[in-house]
Write a protein that binds this ligand. Structure first.
Ligand code: CA
Ligand code: CA
Length: 243
């Protein structure tokens, strides 16, 4: 469907398009969109990090500052690194602090850190078969959870009253220990990661289950993976896939 669209859009005839050609193009675009909706599928980009490195990463440009007293952060992730080392899954850093960093720990637990000691979840290991992850946290109650393929972990109480500060950078693939620098290959992400979305609220469990099954009802209001601008650094392959 997408190839058809590109063919129509870039065919030589389209370059000197008449009004009716333009109308036809609009109709084709509309039909492609309708067909995708009817098929219940959506085409998204996915990031493949083939090798360990200390310089490959992707910067995500947010739609609004990460000034957060609550969040839901979701992603689809697969890795063949098994208990060999810790693996960074998401890093948001301001000048002096790791404001929101998400890890697969050495012992396989999942964790996140809000500028200080982290909160840990003793859940099944992520592995080569893709897992849909969502992390949620609310400053008012301190409630922190992880969802794996739509299933919620127990709730932990973490950093009640804390605020995640704006003004930093979000990257996938590396853990910065300085602002946009001091990366360690031994902590880098190797594998595939996609559909990274961030909200400034805690989404209901039922919405998280819908997102896991590929329904595109709720779009991230801080990061929306379908429209996001990505800045690629180093060796990261960006390919498209259908959900
Ligand atoms: Ca580090
Ligand atoms: Ca760090």
């Amino acid at each position: 469907m997408i190839q058809l669209f590109h063919f129509v859009q870039f065919s030589p005839g389209a370059l000197k398009a008449t009004q009716s050609d333009k109308m036809r193009l609009l109709v084709v675009s509309f039909l492609v969109a309708v067909a995708a909706v009817l098929a219940g599928s959506v085409v998204i980009k996915t990031l493949v990090f083939q090798t360990e490195s200390s310089d490959s990463f992707v910067e995500m440009l947010p739609m609004k500052p990460l000034d957060l007293r609550a969040f839901t952060l979701c992603m689809r992730v697969a890795t063949e690194l098994k208990g060999e080392r810790e693996v960074i899954l998401f890093a948001y850093r301001t000048r002096d602090y790791d404001e929101l960093n998400v890890w697969r720990e050495l012992d396989g637990r999942l964790s996140f850190y809000l500028s200080g000691p982290g909160v840990f979840f003793d859940v099944p290991q992520i592995e080569a078969l893709e897992t849909h992850l969502c992390f949620t946290w609310n400053s008012g109650s301190g409630a922190a959870s992880v969802f794996m393929d739509g299933r919620k972990s127990l709730t932990k109480i973490y950093k009640k009253g804390h605020t995640i500060r704006p003004g930093g950078k979000v990257i996938i693939g590396q853990d910065p220990d300085a602002f946009m620098g001091d990366y360690d290959a031994g902590q880098s992400f190797v594998g595939e990661i996609s559909d990274v979305n961030l909200w400034d609220t805690v989404l209901p469990a039922s919405t998280i289950q819908d997102i896991y099954t590929g329904e595109r009802v709720a779009r991230g209001n801080v990061f929306d993976w379908e429209t996001i601008n990505l800045k690629i650094n180093g060796l990261v392959d960006v390919v498209t896939r259908e959900l």
